[in-house]
Design a protein around this ligand. Structure first.
Ligand code: SF4
Length: 268
């Protein structure tokens, strides 16, 4: 995976901890508005409770992923000059950051699609869209704010859907259409054969997926908060991100795709 699509907090101005609002919930112990620095953000832009986020109720921070947008906005678009040093740029920077985050997320998915042999017949289309997306991230902040992200995302989605279809073709089974996505919240799917299933955008919050076979399943946008993945097989899972894994439970026996890392809280 390209390193510029991986978050590097040491080169970021703590943008996710300032620019984004959050509401008191199971994921955050208090609310804050966009533009207000989190009370745990240090003067060097480090988080003072980084190693205790889950224990202190900041699970939303654990499951957030900027896909490298933070360092790109901080170091490239604003040339290493932070929002404290130049407060007149702060509000623009906080508006630009979530847009770049979305574009980097699209790049991350397109990059994975490009790495698959199954997409060979439309590699050129994927590559062109990747380049187009990359160029959007390189625009000046004022021009970035004019980008129609929704329209661009729709173009990207079309190719990601096609990727999913060709990738899962040899293992997918029809999904029970009567079952609504919400039905999987807390569902007992222990030991289920879920190979090649399309879980696109599905809520799998707190689902029991222990010993489940999720090989080649499409998990794009699936909500895996507190899903139990102990002993599950996620080999070759498509569009699964590190933040999704971080938000779930697992153990040393969970098989994960080789492009991801086993979260530190996954113990026996
Ligand atoms: S708790 Fe830490 S990681 Fe979460 S928003 Fe605050 S400073 Fe950032």
């Amino acid at each position: 995976m390209n390193t510029y699509l991986q978050s590097d907090c040491s080169n970021c101005f703590g943008l996710c901890c300032v620019a984004l609002p959050y509401a008191k919930s199971a994921d955050f112990p208090f609310s804050k508005d966009s533009g207000d620095p989190c009370q745990n953000l240090c003067s060097d832009f480090r988080c003072k409770i980084h190693d205790q986020l889950r224990d202190k109720g900041f699970r939303g921070c654990v499951s957030y992923e900027c896909f490298g947008a933070g360092q790109h906005v901080s170091q490239t678009l604003y040339a290493g000059i932070d929002w404290r040093e130049k407060p007149e740029h702060a509000s623009e920077m906080f508006e630009v950051f979530p847009l770049v985050q979305q574009l980097h997320e699209m790049l991350w998915y397109l990059n994975q699609a490009l790495s698959l042999k199954e997409t060979k017949s439309f590699h050129l289309k994927l590559q062109n869209l990747y380049e187009e997306t990359l160029q959007l991230t390189e625009r000046k902040p004022k021009d970035l704010l004019k980008v129609d992200i929704g329209a661009h995302r729709s173009n990207v989605n079309d190719l990601l859907l096609k990727t999913s279809e060709v990738y899962r073709k040899d293992v997918s089974k029809p999904r029970n259409n009567k079952k609504k996505a919400l039905d999987y919240v807390g569902a007992n799917l222990k030991g289920a054969d879920l190979q090649g299933i399309n879980f696109r955008g599905t809520l799998l919050i707190a689902a029991n997926l222990t010993h489940a076979n999720l090989r080649k399943a499409d998990l794009i946008g699936a909500d895996l908060r507190d899903a139990d993945l102990r002993h599950a097989n996620l080999t070759g899972a498509l569009f699964l991100t590190q933040s999704q894994l971080n938000s779930a439970k697992g153990n040393v026996h969970t098989k994960i795709p080789n492009y991801l890392q086993r979260p530190g809280h996954w113990v026996e």
